[in-house]
Design a protein around this ligand. Structure first.
Ligand SMILES: CC[C@@H](C(=O)O)C(=O)SCCNC(=O)CCNC(=O)[C@H](O)C(C)(C)COP(=O)(O)OP(=O)(O)OC[C@H]1O[C@@H](n2cnc3c(N)ncnc32)[C@H](O)[C@@H]1OP(=O)(O)O
Ligand SMILES: [Co+2]
Length: 132
């Protein structure tokens, strides 16, 4: 475990959200990606050693649409950089923490990721990220 890789924030419009991160805070916008399979547009904002991951739904079936409908915009998940996601999935099961998949999936920017169910992580959706 090295650091907080990113904090995911669910927003309705990334372009509107950048008014804060770009225009006011003058942070560097480091990357934009469209993940069709997740129904997401993603933009990263660099903050020192970590990043804010802005998540915008492409459609009503996106991975964050339920969250936005139920809770509105806000912090969606915290992601930790790990050396080996598969090992962390296995270890989490041993510890009674529920991974949302048995194997890593593709994340943004050439990463392997896994999520831990918020009901088993003190109400915080937790992501594990391995950079390839
Ligand atoms: C960009 C790619 C990638 C990266 O590289 O970084 C990403 O970050 S993708 C980010 C979006 N993708 C995901 O979040 C995938 C994993 N998430 C899920 O599979 C689901 O969202 C979920 C966590 C399993 C919840 O889905 P579901 O069970 O269908 O929703 P419910 O509304 O029924 O929620 C059940 C329960 O959990 C609470 N909940 C839901 N989301 C969150 C959250 N983000 N943080 C905290 N708690 C959450 C929800 O409130 C429900 O609780 P109760 O209301 O008490 O029943
Ligand atoms: Co993320």
């Amino acid at each position: 475990m090295k650091k907080i890789d990113h904090i995911g924030i669910a927003v309705k419009s990334i372009d509107k959200a950048l008014n804060l991160y770009k225009n006011l805070l003058e942070l560097e916008v480091t990357g934009e990606e469209v993940l069709e399979d997740r129904g997401l547009r993603v933009v990263f904002v660099q903050v020192g050693e970590t990043r804010i991951e802005l998540l915008e739904p492409l459609n009503e079936n996106s991975e964050i649409s339920g969250f936005l409908a139920k809770r509105g915009e806000g912090i969606h998940h915290i992601a930790y950089a790990v050396d080996n996601v598969q090992e962390m999935i296995n270890k989490s099961k041993e510890l009674g923490i529920k991974p949302l998949s048995d194997e890593p999936k593709d994340g943004a920017h050439n990463t392997k990721v896994a999520f831990l169910h918020p009901k088993t992580t003190n109400g915080v959706l937790t992501e594990l990220v391995e950079h390839r």
